[in-house]
Design a protein around this ligand. Sequence first.
Ligand SMILES: [Zn+2]
Length: 387
Amino acid sequence: MLAGRTTTEELLAHLVAFDTTSRNSNLALIGFVRDYLEAYGVASVIVPSEDGRKASLFATIGPAEIGGVCLSGHSDVVPVDGQPWSTDPFELTPREDRLYGRGSCDMKGFVATCLALVPQMTAANLSTPIHLLVSYDEEIGCTGVVPAVRRLGVDLPLPRACIVGEPTSMRVVDAHKSGIAYLTTVTGREAHSSMPQLGANAIFAAAELVGELDRYRAELIEAGDASGRFDPPNTTVQVTVIDGGTAGNIVPRQCGIRWNVRGLPDFDEPTLLARFERFAQGVVLPKLRASAPEASIVTDFIYRVPPLRPQTGSEAELLALRLAGQNRTYTVSYGTEGGHFQAQGIPTVICGPGSIDQAHKPDEFIEVAQLRACERFLTGLVAECAK
Ligand SMILES: [Zn+2]
């Protein structure tokens, strides 16, 4: 175990060395964090995933019975497969004023900084608690944090503000879009392609559905963004994967379409889905059923990341602006776990070290200066919570 005070850089090196690519278990990293906290007398609550291969960790420093501020970060990282790295992605490598490694920026840098401040937190005799939450499966739809968040205000304390430390270059972000991914599966009937009247062509049907989605795409560009805060300034619809057919002489029985919607915070997503369903079931399906009564069109959720809605003047916003020494908030286009906290009734902002420009890329890095800025931010938080 680590002895004495450990620097942010040392902690980051430890965290980066765990290959917590989302497909892997994160239990070794969670065990490391639990042991580290225990060395400072801080107990952890482990919230395992359904299959027990992964877990979130929740810990409170200070009096547990009152609100407090939650600092939240995910432990998983995106794959390095096929990326041309010039360093070992799982060995933190300093070069000039940067630290290279997978997750250095997104977002083990924030988690390491929080951990490095734990000795200050425990020594400060906090009157307002600081909660730490380390999650998993953020990079595959922000799903891993949900079981832990659902317990806040139930059998775990309900924070009165949450700061999710995704890389924002320490800017305070108060809004982002939702991200909803769907899989639509069209099932028709096979036939020899010389006798198409005996089958039901799933790809033709899927193409009609793609055309409908393209109409939504164009309409949403037209509708724009009344807030004027987002780039691009509209809700977007994209078809990302089409998978159908088996051979050049077979009328295809099945075709899958993956598509996603990234909605402005006030976007009415159920209405869009209902409209798509009406078109699928009312216009496209009857054509398939004319020759194949067993035909179907089924749309499933792959994941849903709720939006972060701006809450001007919320405790989280005011606190983060004060600690960051800033006077305005920003929006981002990527999704985060923030919306899940907000849905649990916890005012939430996004603010963390490093730039999203470096995330998910080969040679991901974080600037040392960003870690220092995050340390100052958290040192200010400790001072506020000690008042
Ligand atoms: Zn992230």
